[in-house]
Design a protein around this ligand. Sequence first.
Ligand SMILES: Cc1cc2nc3c(=O)[nH]c(=O)nc-3n(C[C@H](O)[C@H](O)[C@H](O)COP(=O)(O)OP(=O)(O)OC[C@H]3O[C@@H](n4cnc5c(N)ncnc54)[C@H](O)[C@@H]3O)c2cc1C
Length: 480
Amino acid sequence: METNKPLVCVIGAGPTGLVCLKYLREIADLKCYELKSEIGGLWVYKDTTDDDHKEDDKFYELYGTVHESIYKDLTTIIPIHFFAFKDFPPKKKERTHFTHEEVLEYLQDYSANFDLERFIEFETQVIEVTKTTDGPKDWTVKVKNNGETKEEHFDYVIVCNGHNSVPYFPTEGIEGLDLFKGKILHAHNFRKPDTEDFIDKNVLLVGLKYSGMDILYQLLESNNIRAIINGEEPNYTIDESGIGAKKIILSASTAHDLSQSDDFKKYADKGIIVPKSGSKLEFTEDGVIYEDGSEEKIDTILFSTGYKFSFPFIKDPSLVEYECDGRYFGPLYQRIFSINHPSLIFVGQPDSNAFNQILMERQVMFMKSFIEGNLTLPSKEEMMEHLEKDKKHVEENYGLRNFYKAPFQYTSGYIKELKEILKSQDIEPNEDNKEHLKTLFKMLPIFKETLTSHNCITFQRYDYKSLIPEDHKFDSSEYF
Ligand SMILES: Cc1cc2nc3c(=O)[nH]c(=O)nc-3n(C[C@H](O)[C@H](O)[C@H](O)COP(=O)(O)OP(=O)(O)OC[C@H]3O[C@@H](n4cnc5c(N)ncnc54)[C@H](O)[C@@H]3O)c2cc1C
């Protein structure tokens, strides 16, 4: 039925798409296309990897990789309270971190609570988005379902297709990778540690951010992780026969610090993990030579080196242009609105680690206000100027490849900026869930401390609440 509300297309029913639907459900007519048969995006765990994808994998057909990037025993590195959206607190749990099954359950409950599935067309791929005219319903969205294609027209298109599925492999400083005869993997295809790629093997782990660190822990402590998940008593003594990999060589600038942290020192002392830094890796048929000339024999290389942005359904370069080998795209205003056509909107692309949910929900509130007509964007020239300034700052300080995942001190500035924009429109940012935020801010100093001491895993496995002094004071303005 035609109404006078704007007609909005949402691409993807992962966490971001669901939050968009929740916010827009009363002010817009909505259609969400989701290529899978269920909601939840990345949090729908499947064993499938790029090596064994099914022929009818709709994501693979479009992107050339499977969508799945999470592993069997993944628990969130950030605590439950960081994962909650406004108006929907997570159920109380004994443990303070979600397993991936619990994240999915939270998302399913969220969707049911706000009755969101009625907007979703499942098993439907968006294959092309084009700008046709400059009038109303000027976006043409071509979709494919069951082999049939159709076109629909919309006033707004909101892209929520995720950004953690198309693996990035570094090339700079890497030589001879094609000579290497062993197994080459990316974290994207890591599912579990007890496979022939790791058991009794020398593994080179390249990249040690959250995922790299967690995968390292999986390789070293898989039995303990299972025990914790099953509510059993873990046994933290080193039992070398229980360790899958023979030796794990770490290649990252933080490798040495990490090997000296409480979490990993015992393994470094025994030579089970070997830290290496330096900006060059030269591969041979069965090994790697480091910048300092030292050499290690290796069987498996696991790149935990992040992901690329990919929007295969947008072909017009004025809408999406990539830089830094797919790790930057634009031009967007405030990392949300296409500067050339602001009714094309991207949500949930920045990665702020601990604050993804707060950041993404603020983007959604901003976008809602724009669609409602309550918030006018600056002129195209002003938006471009804002972007260029922002790009220059990130490029000079962190490298453009980090534009969508800059360090905390920068990202918190972006989150604050979103808050100021919302406040200028008398919109209450997603801060009114006071009880959650209270817990969250109490944890921040401990979170920061564990991160800087490379004991992030400890933080993930233990009950942090006992670490927070009763009289701890917090001030949210310090962060956002
Ligand atoms: C190992 C790992 C651990 C992580 N841990 C955390 C964590 O602890 N906390 C956290 O906040 N984040 C974490 N993340 C980040 C994760 O990306 C986000 O939590 C979240 O899944 C992003 O939601 P999204 O909806 O933007 O994207 P996704 O979850 O990727 O969902 C995108 C959806 O869009 C659909 N889609 C894509 N293209 C099309 C198309 N053309 N047509 C129709 N549908 C389409 C997909 O099928 C999918 O359902 C982790 C990521 C990884 C890889």
